[in-house]
Design a binder for this molecule. Structure first.
Ligand SMILES: [Zn+2]
Length: 430
């Protein structure tokens, strides 16, 4: 049942034009209903206040192939000062970033004369690797807490959004970059073309932008619908990215496939065009499978609805057998999942998360309390629904004691199932 949300209507706008090419042929491919903002965890003192909910609809652009949400929320509402995400809470992410930095330092022979900029630099988790190697850096991030944490570990950080205007200011100050990192930020950008133009201006002539984005093809093929939320305005295929960069005088020259976040792309973007086979091959795959056409998305909504039905059936079956349930991972994707599927406090007793900034708060919409991971051993729920399934190996290793004592994980997508040590095993009979 949807709550009424008086007073928040001004914060929502429905787009009629594509965020990338400006075209007006947007075709809806999925409607996730009215959901609360996925990153907006609730503190105890705000628990009884009305919570804003907004439509969450996904569309495909016939002209440039970009998949995007139709519903835009005011940026100040989306990314407020309490934004609780700190990259350094994930060991897997830290290792992933360090390896990326070491390869770039070597390949591009970066030294004390170089400049590396990171957009959405968070708590300095990535740039600190350059600082340790004696390479000058500049972080840019609007979130107060993480930006202050970055400065405390010696990563200079501008506390602001990256825009074309900021790019011009940096260039005027002589700050052009050899490398610009932008991991998991492109999907959050309201003005895509302005952002990409800013990237181009800030790059040295021979500089490279290294950009990570979740890959649309993985989202669709593996039914990762929970990665859709208002903060993620766009979902990128290589075809759509090629169109976006080319329009703004940048060229997608190489990609790497990454397993992080359910399947991501690492893009290497430069001011001159010299595409490697990785680009030509992936564009050919997308054309052959039709990722650049609407037909590819026609069955998506039906398949997502099936995941919802199967997950509800499995959890209700466990509950009816007397089992107690908790969940792991108070991330935005978890909020999308519990709100779209309709998993409330009647099914899920509590959610655990390692991030101390999230503990003591409540999940958006369903208002389930968030506790430290130790609660799994203290309270011993029979099953734990892993909302952060993209970090399943890391979570399974951390929660070895819980699993050894007979606890079981439930994996929600692409087919809801009980986890028995490996992702391939334990297909549920639901
Ligand atoms: Zn378009």
């Amino acid at each position: 049942m949807l709550e009424q949300t008086p007073g928040f209507a001004h914060a929502h706008r429905s787009e009629t034009r594509c965020r990338s090419c400006g075209g007006s042929n947007l075709t809806e491919v999925l409607d996730l209903g009215e959901t609360p903002l996925a990153d907006r965890l609730i503190s105890a003192k705000h628990l009884d206040e009305p919570e804003p909910r907004f439509p969450l609809r996904v569309a495909f652009c016939d002209e440039c192939a970009l998949v995007q949400i139709i519903d835009t929320i005011n940026a100040h509402m989306l990314f407020d000062e309490e934004y609780p995400y700190y990259s350094s809470f994930s060991p897997a992410l830290l290792a992933h970033s360090k390896a990326n930095v070491e390869a770039l330092i070597k390949e591009r022979a970066l030294g004390p004369d170089a400049l590396v900029i990171e957009l959405a630099s968070n708590d300095g988790y990535l740039l600190k690797n350059y600082v340790e190697a004696g390479i000058p850096v500049l972080g840019i991030d609007p979130a107060t807490g993480p930006a202050e944490a970055a400065m405390a570990i010696g990563v200079p950080t501008l506390k602001t959004f990256f825009t074309a205007e900021l790019a011009r200011r940096l260039v005027a100050e002589g700050k052009r970059a050899d490398v610009i990192h932008a991991n998991n930020v492109l999907a959050h950008v309201p003005d895509l073309n302005g952002f990409v133009q800013g990237l181009r201006e800030t790059l040295k002539d021979d500089g490279v932008a290294v950009i990570e984005v979740p890959y649309l093809k993985c989202l669709i093929d593996h039914l990762e619908f929970d990665t859709i939320y208002h903060e993620h305005m766009c979902y990128f295929s290589v075809s759509a990215l090629d169109n976006l960069f080319r329009r703004n005088g940048l060229y997608l020259n190489h990609i790497q496939h990454l397993s992080i976040h359910g399947g991501s792309l690492r893009l290497f973007v430069e001011r001159t065009e010299h595409p490697k086979a990785s680009i030509r091959d992936q564009l050919a795959i997308e054309r052959a499978e039709g990722v650049d056409r609407i037909d590819y998305f026609r069955s998506f909504a039906r398949r997502v609805a099936e995941v919802r039905a199967d997950l509800l059936k499995l959890l209700h079956k466990l509950k009816s057998q007397g089992a107690s349930l908790a969940a792991y991972g108070a991330a935005a994707k978890g909020a999308t999942l519990i709100n779209y599927v309709g998993l409330g406090a009647d099914l899920i007793d509590f959610v655990v998360d390692r991030n101390v900034h999230k503990q003591g708060r409540y999940m958006p919409g369903q208002k389930i309390p968030i506790l430290p991971p130790e609660a799994l051993l203290e309270r011993k729920p029979d099953y734990v629904l892993v909302l952060a399934w993209n970090f399943i190996d890391e979570i399974a290793a951390q929660q070895r004691a819980y699993l050894d004592q007979g606890g079981r994980f439930v994996i929600p997508v692409p087919n809801p199932r009980i986890y028995a040590g490996r992702l391939q095993e334990g297909m549920a009979s639901a």
